[in-house]
Design a protein around this ligand. Sequence first.
Ligand code: SAH
Length: 380
Amino acid sequence: MQALRRSEPLIGTLTRAQAVQAIQTQTVPTGDNQQEECMLAQGPNVAAPGADGGTLNQLIWGFTRSQAVYVTAKLGIVDVLSDGAQTPRAIAERVGADERALRRLLRALTTIDILVEDRHERFAATPTGELLRSNHPQSVRAFAICMGAPLVWRPWGELCGGIQTGTPAFDDVYGESFFAYLGRRPEQAALFDAAMTSISSGNLPAILAAYDFSGLTKIIDIGGGRGTLLQGILEQYPQASGVLFDLLPVVTEAHPIKASSVAARCSFVGGDMFRAVPPDGDAYILKSILHDWSDAEALQILRNCRQVIAEQGKLLVVELLLAPSNQPDFTKWLDLNMLVLLSGRERSEAEFRELYAIAGFRLTRIIPLGARAIIEGVPI
Ligand code: SAH
């Protein structure tokens, strides 16, 4: 028997009986039994034929990884490592954390390809972990923060209620709908808009490579957020002018595009897309908009576009498409995210075709962009 050191794992290498005894006596015996470790740390062994207890276990513990990645992003741990490996003490000082608690987080992160520890107990980011650095060109830091923050995390904790009632868990948790809530909380809105911007920056090259905007003269981005996509398009197509349309507080904060070289060709309009959208565009882009809303609401937005779109105009909806069941399909998880946060849903190609037809558009092309697609339509 040796005395318990609180910083050591309590049950990692013990039999169940030893662990119980250890907990009772606050000591750790020097036993070693990996199988029992699994039982204790991971729950009962599933022996049914064809059952994959290991995978199920990973799923059960999935939330721990998710929250660990969030904390890494929020504290800016990878930013601190941009000059190379650092000790837990140095990292703790820079990010403002308890050194011993942080060390436990850091070593856990070495098991999921975020960090590596060297022989001198210093931690560095892996190439995957690097994506959590603020200034990485493909940074997902803002997105990781948004997903793990109470804004999204708390409603996900109420998924069960949402499944039982069919209403957004967000509304139950926060007492109002998602965008109404953001409208009165600039800090939370900034968190969300930054997350959307980080995704839009990532999608931009694929959209520019997949779609030829050269025939278009007035491109209107409905719910265009801070304008990352519109700016990218206008930079590439000097013949085009643009309109960034979103809720007024969002458009007000669209600083990078307003300060960019395309600002002179762009107008910035705050408004409510359920009332009306800016007129006379020959392209209406709706990226990650329709999936926020129910069919009735999505139809209202599409009808408002239909009323004002130029005769030869193009409707360009950018969304993920639902695949049939029984195959890997991330869209089904985003669909649940819509259920938790909003009244929206992800849709299949057939469902988009039907929505378009009801709103007065014909679906002309599906242009794949990796995970997403441009769903092109024309007015009929
Ligand atoms: N198109 C952007 C943002 C998608 S997030 C992108 O792909 O990154 C959804 C956007 O819809 C947010 O920017 C939000 O502010 C905007 N939005 C929500 N309700 C709106 C409304 N009633 N009228 C206009 N924009 C709205």
